[in-house]
Design a protein around this ligand. Structure first.
Ligand code: KIV
Ligand code: ZN
Length: 514
């Protein structure tokens, strides 16, 4: 059995299916570059049938990423497979991942297809995908609730049809670790041609055991794990990349396998994904939470001072802590700025874009003494590089807070090239600002989430605000960063409004619009 565990990252596909986590093409590219730098083996860049934007984003990732395989997801239908094939066609190494549901409830209620028809369609889809690339992956969706004999049959048939990777998803996070490990073991032992494919697992975290289930499968021989940065993903998310990678690396003695991952890129990737999606990382999250390596009690501190290994099983620097260096300041030039942004995985499409971002950087440097990598990420993410020319922009904001009466906000926006302004009163300064902005736009989204995080430490730190808006069943997250949290809040609100204006996607599991 191979001692190499393949890391298949699906942050840009399943991760993006988290309500409110939709990403622009530029954001996907920046994350893809960082995943490549981290030496992720396979990057699932998206579901091209979801929208024209997703198709373009996957194609762009396929053009630019050279060291990782770029994968596109497709249902077992002609249109999806054609789009997936076209989207990964420019890749040096491209993969098509096709899937169809195999559990009784999904076949009966969702697909309305008999098991025989599902099997026939799966074989057809794998053969069709093989016309475009040798690297084809097949997933029997909801395998965790499928009948064992049928699962064996469809896996054997799809391997015969040319699937090189068989991915077993616990789509609804129903399985328990020993049960899931046994399922993988039984499949590998009972499918006659199982040695012709790599067995992969894809676990969801509905009962909080996605990582445990994935590791149970690795222990008995699965050699690909599908996972996401920060455990992002549908509902409660997917198995988290950083936990899988560090479990296998730290306990190599136990797992008998390892990954290719450069673990020092883990924390930067976590921060980038958190900034882009606006989903903060909980402080006690393993590996990437702010407290993951913090020692509070005196006894622990004393132990760590005497010998780090008394309470630390990993070294913080090995997962990329302390890589957010003070890199630039107000005297830094455009070249240094551009170079650092490039190293962080972003790029400017034109000189104008570079100039605008550089002006924002200078203005931030005037207000904030030291600029860290995280500030730069916040700045680029909130720079609105992602929106079209019709995007709404904040031109000016004046807020008056008073201990004796309600705050008043005066906002001027640029919309379709024209400046328009409004004034509103609210329960607080942020409420007043949001009311003023929403009086200027054509719809009335509901505010589902509002959160403020400090990007770095100190009173001059930038506040990073996430705002989740819902309109007509569409949920989007917007983010904004500024040393003034009221301004950051308005930027985040406007960002979400811009995203609402441009988002129309299809959910791969249901085929419905998300
Ligand atoms: O959870 C799931 O079953 C999926 C498949 C598309 C692999 O995401
Ligand atoms: Zn999934």
């Amino acid at each position: 059995m191979s001692d190499k565990l393949i890391i298949f990252d699906t942050t840009l596909r399943d991760g993006e299916q988290s309500p409110g986590a939709s990403m622009t093409a530029e954001e996907k590219l920046a994350i893809a570059h960082l995943l490549e730098k981290m030496r992720v083996d396979v990057i699932e860049a998206g579901f091209p049938a979801a929208s024209q934007g997703d198709f373009e984003a996957v194609r762009q990732v396929a053009r630019e990423i050279t060291d990782s395989t770029v994968c596109a997801l497709a249902r077992a239908v002609e249109g999806d497979l054609d789009l997936a094939a076209r989207s990964v066609q420019p890749a040096i190494s491209g993969r098509i991942h096709t899937f169809i549901a195999t559990s009784p409830i999904h076949m009966r209620e969702k697909l309305r297809m008999s098991p025989e028809k599902v099997l026939e369609r799966a074989v057809w889809a794998v053969k069709k995908a093989r016309n475009h690339t040798d690297d084809v992956e097949f997933s029997p969706e909801d395998a965790g609730r499928s009948e064992f004999d049928f699962l064996c049959k469809i896996i054997e048939a799809t391997i015969d049809a040319g699937a090189r990777t068989i991915n077993i998803p616990d789509t609804v996070g129903y399985n328990m670790p020993s049960q899931f490990g046994n399922l993988i073991e039984d499949l590998m032992n009972n499918v006659p041609n199982s040695d012709k494919a790599v067995f992969s697992v894809h676990c969801h975290n509905d009962l909080g055991v996605a990582v445990a289930n994935s590791l149970a499968a690795v222990l008995i021989g699965a050699r690909q794990v599908e996972c996401t940065v920060n455990g992002l993903g549908e509902r409660a998310g997917n198995a988290s990349l950083e936990e899988i990678v560090m479990a296998v690396r730290t306990r190599k003695d136990f797992f008998d396998c390892d990954t290719n991952i450069d673990t020092t890129q883990i924390v930067p990737a976590s921060r980038l994904v958190s900034s882009v999606t606006g989903f903060p990382v909980q402080p006690n999250k393993a590996i990437v939470g702010a407290n993951a390596f913090a020692h509070e009690s005196g006894i622990h501190q004393d132990g760590v001072i005497k010998n780090r290994e008394t309470y630390e099983i990993m070294r913080p620097q090995d997962v990329g802590w302390a890589t957010s260096k003070m890199v630039l300041g107000k005297h830094s030039g455009r070249h240094a700025f551009q170079q650092r942004i490039k190293e962080l995985g972003f790029k400017f499409e034109s000189d104008d874009e570079l100039l605008t971002a550089f002006e924002r950087f200078k203005s931030l440097a005037d207000r904030k003494h030291e600029i860290f990598d995280d500030d730069l990420i916040g700045l680029v993410v909130e720079a609105g590089m992602q929106h079209g020319s019709e995007a709404i922009e904040l031109k000016s904001l004046k807020v008056c807070s008073d201990t004796d009466c309600s705050p008043v906000a005066e906002v001027t926006l640029s919309m379709n090239g024209k400046n328009i302004g409004a004034q509103a009163q609210g329960n607080g300064p942020v409420d007043a600002c949001f009311k003023a902005v929403s009086s200027l736009i054509e719809f009335d989204p509901s505010l589902e989430l509002y959160s403020v995080n400090s990007i770095t430490s100190g009173t001059d730190a930038q506040g990073e605000v996430s705002v989740r808006l819902k309109e007509n069943g569409h949920v989007v997250n917007g983010h904004g960063a500024d040393t003034d949290i009221v301004i950051a809040s308005v930027k985040a609100y406007i960002d979400a409004v811009n995203r609402l204006n441009s988002s129309q996607r299809t959910n791969p599991q249901t085929g419905s619009m998300i």
